[in-house]
Design a protein around this ligand. Structure first.
Ligand code: SF4
Length: 347
């Protein structure tokens, strides 16, 4: 089905918002389709697309590309919520429904990668908000972004909860033939009830694991970021076992657990949700996160140990830190560009 046939849209330009959005003009659209009911898109021509991660960051990468801001996956715990406040947008429901789209992201990136000042550093995607959220089905920015990276043989990684990544399977395979590519899927738990309330806009965990299986079956090895492990709701031994088992069955090459963290912006929204859905847990959370955004070290260590033991039991290799798994281009002796799945080698 074509969007054009389904969509009735409204549009208006609001130059007054432009400075906040880092653009000269903002075009605001809504679409009268069930998939985008209640969602407003702010289309901008961004002035920059490669973002340097601040030196103090805990992240294991230096450069990111984020074609969207806000995320319709609407995870209650999303740490990126606070970034919406920089745009003068609401960090709660506004983060889930007011989506900024950098419609010129592919062209901008292609130009930037060609600059003599760019030295081909690793580019991470899906690190702020999900680049394969539902909006990507409409705006199709990722094929242009992946093509630009492929054409410059620029290493990159993608982290997502979106099943839409399978649309770009061929581009991922082509890229992996010329550079290092890492793909990780985020699945913190498999409990369907927990998913429906805490990740209401994201594909179901099993559908994400199906993505892992499909990628693996097509020669793209895929790790799972088991995040977040949610205290008292998703961290029972039986829940951890079921999740790690499902991840192993899906063919993931590694599993990296990460306990829930609650930074400002996310914390208020999550705690309001907790009070509504699990009021008896509010005091326990206040105690567990009394010292800040992160669960205590003892808790993080316990989860990591449990998950690693289960991973070993189910035959998965040890996780290699928090970086997405990388894929090395095929050895020269292998068939170049033969039809069918490309055989890739993990670093
Ligand atoms: S998918 Fe990722 S970016 Fe989107 S709401 Fe969930 S945690 Fe946030």
């Amino acid at each position: 089905m074509r969007w054009e046939n389904l969509t009735a849209e409204t549009r208006h330009d609001r130059p007054a918002d432009a400075a906040l959005f880092g653009a000269d003009t903002v075009t605001t659209r809504t679409f009268d389709t069930p998939e985008f009911a209640g969602i407003t898109f702010h289309e901008i021509h961004a002035r920059s697309i490669l973002n340097r991660v601040p030196g103090a960051s805990r992240m294991p990468f230096e450069w990111t590309v984020n074609p969207y801001r806000g995320c319709t996956h609407a995870c209650v715990y999303c740490f990126a919520r606070r970034t919406h406040s920089y745009l003068d947008l609401d960090t709660g429901i506004g983060f889930d429904t007011q989506i900024v789209v950098k419609v010129n992201a592919p062209e901008l990136l292609r130009r930037r990668l060609a600059s003599p000042r760019w030295h081909g550093e690793h580019v991470a995607m899906g690190t702020n908000v999900d680049c394969y959220q539902r909006a990507e089905g409409r705006y199709r920015l990722m094929p242009g972004i992946l093509s630009a990276l492929r054409d410059r043989a620029n290493p990159f990684s993608v982290l997502t909860k979106g099943t839409l990544i399978l649309r770009d399977l061929d581009l991922l395979r082509q890229s992996a033939e010329v550079t290092e590519v890492g793909v990780s899927v985020s699945v913190g738990f498999t409990d369907p009830e927990l998913w429906r309330t805490v990740e209401p806009g994201a594909p179901a965990p099993q559908r994400r694991l199906d993505v892992v299986r499909t990628l693996t079956d097509h020669g793209i090895e895929c790790g799972v970021l088991m995040a977040p492990v949610i205290p008292f709701l998703g961290d029972e031994p039986a829940q951890l076992r079921a999740t790690v088992r499902a991840i192993a069955v899906a063919g993931a090459t590694s599993v990296t657990p990460l306990a829930l963290h609650l930074r400002p912006g996310a914390r208020e929204w999550f705690m309001a949700w907790l009070g509504q859905h699990h009021p008896a847990l509010v005091r326990r959370y206040e105690r567990l996160y009394a010292d800040g955004a992160y669960a205590p070290k003892w808790y993080q260590r316990r989860i990591t140990r449990q998950v690693h033991e289960l991973a070993a039991e189910f035959g998965m290799g040890p996780a290699r830190g928090e970086t997405p798994r990388r894929i090395r281009r095929p050895a020269p002796a292998e068939e170049p560009a033969a039809p069918g799945p490309t055989q890739l080698t993990l670093l």
